[in-house]
Design a protein around this ligand. Structure first.
Ligand code: ADP
Ligand code: MG
Length: 214
């Protein structure tokens, strides 16, 4: 299946071509259309199977095609367990965002809080963050999540193993009931806390489990 069958915006296709990717991985083939029609999603697949673009592509597609709920608040938040992972996600996102008018910010622990607050005051549409630092900013009212449209939890199992369940719940609760979509990614679905979180956050989710790596 070529990438063009996913019916992505030409700006996204251009970035994909620039990266030299010719076809979506199996997980991307399953996840991209499901997210584009508005489904909540829970995905498990091996490391290296291309999960990052499985959510970044349909997330950006939806943002390019739909009117924002709010001009003030972020439209999408992507959470990752560690600074390193968040930084890898942010690097991928930046490559795509550069071709569009979408704006993004990187908000993780260990960096200057006031500098991050200034970034948040510029109203980025997409935030890539670690849960602890994002909650600090919510509590400090650096930004609000009333207009959030999409919440994405990458490596949810690791976030739970690191004890982030309360922060994930705080972030989800801070989002308005109009939150359209929640996407969860995990190496395994065989994890009691992942299932508990999925039950509490996801609405009638589409499940994608692919064993083989890409
Ligand atoms: P995962 O999160 O499942 O571990 P990543 O999203 O980090 O996987 O992707 C693993 C690697 O595969 C990255 O280097 C990424 O750039 C590359 N990749 C992702 N999608 C494709 C694709 N469709 N074709 C070729 N390489 C891809
Ligand atoms: Mg990953």
């Amino acid at each position: 299946m070529p990438f063009r069958d996913l019916r992505l915006d030409p700006r996204l296709i251009r970035s994909i071509e620039h990266l030299g990717f010719t076809q979506p991985t199996p997980i991307q083939q399953e996840a991209v259309p499901a997210v584009m029609v508005g489904k909540d999603l829970i995905v498990s697949s091996k490391t290296g199977s291309g999960k990052t673009l499985a959510y970044l592509l349909p997330m950006m597609q939806r943002m390019l095609k739909s009117r924002p709920l709010s001009q003030q608040d972020p439209r999408a938040v992507i959470l990752a367990p560690t600074r390193e992972l968040a930084s890898q996600i942010y690097a991928q996102l930046r490559l795509f965002v550069a071709n569009t008018r979408l704006t993004c910010a990187f908000i993780v622990g260990g960096e200057n809080f006031n500098d991050q607050e200034k970034l948040l005051k510029r109203k980025p549409q997409i935030i890539v963050a670690t849960p602890g630092r994002l909650v600090d900013h919510l509590e400090h009212k650096s930004f609000f999540l009333q207009g959030l449209e999409m919440l994405i939890l990458d490596e949810a199992d690791r976030m739970l193993d690191l004890g982030f369940m309360p922060q994930l719940n705080t972030i989800h609760k801070a989002a308005n009931h109009r939150l359209r979509q929640t996407l969860m990614f995990s190496a395994t679905l065989d994890h009691a806390d992942v299932n508990e979180l999925a039950l509490s956050l996801l609405k009638d989710p589409y499940r994608v489990a692919i064993g083989a790596g890409y």
